[in-house]
Design a binder for this molecule. Structure first.
Ligand code: MLT
Length: 214
């Protein structure tokens, strides 16, 4: 097996339920301090017919797994972010080959730090994903030039009382993705950094409406 095909992240993979028509895979990306188990139930609620691929971030911050290093809260180590984004994108490609997933139907579902690496992957390796649900994201970086995201669908869910992510940061990300050509739906919940049940329903409805296979 070549290096390119090694599955280099600790991860969970849950195949789509037998008999289900969905050909989507949800790439579940946890927040700081999370792991590969955290978002499995959320993924199943968002799309019960999808396969689930859930890696664990390799960076440890005081023992807490993350997907890339930060220098302070909201201040990212950009060279590390770029390197980790490429590494995660390579893993997704390798996992798609290994598990026989349709590479054109991989949807990132990220929360907080996981949403930030998902956005970074869209910006730096857009061929790996085709849609994303970003819960509590920030602008990870601004690439030059911007990628062509004209085939992309994105749902952004922010909280109007989030102490970590100001809403203008979310607006900046939505503008960046729109300027890259993506179709962006934004939802501002009456919430803090934690997710609400309503937002999970919104994500499930969004997937069903935007991405359903007929
Ligand atoms: C990050 O570091 O990605 C963001 O500050 C979100 C977080 O993980 O707290």
């Amino acid at each position: 097996m070549s290096i390119a095909h090694e599955l280099t992240f600790t991860h969970e993979f849950v195949p789509a339920p037998a008999g289900e028509a969905s050909k989507h895979t949800l790439l579940l990306l946890h927040g700081t301090g999370g792991n590969e188990h955290d978002l499995l139930a959320l993924g199943h609620r968002i799309d019960p017919s999808a396969a689930l691929l859930s890696p664990r971030g390799k960076v440890l911050e005081q023992g807490m797994p993350r997907f890339f290093r930060r220098l302070a809260e909201g201040v990212f180590d950009i060279p590390d972010l770029k390197r980790r984004t490429q590494e995660l994108a390579d893993f997704v490609e390798a996992a798609a080959g290994h598990y026989g997933l349709d590479q054109n139907r991989i949807i990132a579902v990220g929360y907080s730090n996981g949403a930030n690496i998902a956005a970074s992957m869209m910006l730096l390796r857009p061929e790996v994903l085709h849609a994303a649900i970003l819960f509590r994201p920030m602008v990870p970086l601004v690439p030059e030039p911007l990628p062509d995201l004209s085939d992309f669908q994105v749902l952004i869910a922010a909280g109007n009382q989030d102490p970590i992510i100001p809403t203008d940061e979310t607006d900046r990300l939505a503008a960046l993705l729109r300027n890259s050509g993506a179709e962006v739906t934004s939802h501002l919940a009456n919430a803090g950094h934690g997710l609400t049940a309503e937002e999970i329903d919104i994500a499930a409805n969004w997937i069903a409406a935007k991405l359903s296979i007929t």
